[in-house]
Design a binder for this molecule. Structure first.
Ligand SMILES: [Zn+2]
Length: 159
């Protein structure tokens, strides 16, 4: 029997300047399975210390959030590596492979035939602020543990 728990919480994510980047407010709260890497490690550790009904502001350093920016993930490739009909422009984002876990690249610049791509997460290198409210904590079911994610109140569904 596992001791894993499923946590349900509302959160609002803001960056250093206070701009809201993401929020569950007004929608379904976020549910995650502890210890399964469902959310960023720094946030999971902070929420683990909270009680049901507790509200808290937590600041997560970049290294404990989406990691520091890695220069080796910034690469320059030739336009010929893309399909001839690909319409690329700065700011475009695309997945570098066919499965859901392939890194996402952002087009940083296009100079002639050279295209510079950034494989860092858009939030890499950023310290993040979360306003968290813990709504519910319950033991995870065997099925949730074996799937590595929480199942919502409306039964079993996958994203
Ligand atoms: Zn499942």
């Amino acid at each position: 029997m596992s001791n894993a728990r499923v946590v349900t919480m509302h959160y609002t994510l803001t960056d250093e300047s206070g701009e809201v980047l993401d929020s569950s407010a007004g929608g379904e709260p976020l549910q995650y399975l502890e210890g399964a890497g469902n959310i960023i490690p720094g946030l999971e550790r902070e929420v683990q210390k909270m009680q049901i009904g507790e509200k808290k502001k937590v600041k997560i350093q970049a290294a404990e959030a989406y990691g520091e920016k890695r220069e080796d993930l910034v690469v320059t490739v030739q336009r010929t590596q893309f399909p001839a009909d690909a319409k690329l422009k700065v700011g475009d984002r695309f997945r570098g492979g066919s499965d859901d876990h392939s890194p996402v690249f952002t087009v940083l610049s296009i100079e002639g035939e050279e295209i510079t791509l950034d494989g860092n997460h858009p939030l890499a290198g950023k310290d993040l602020n979360f306003d968290v409210e813990v709504k519910e904590v319950r033991p995870a079911t065997e099925e949730e543990v074996s799937h590595g994610h929480a199942h919502g109140p409306h039964g079993h569904h996958h994203h």
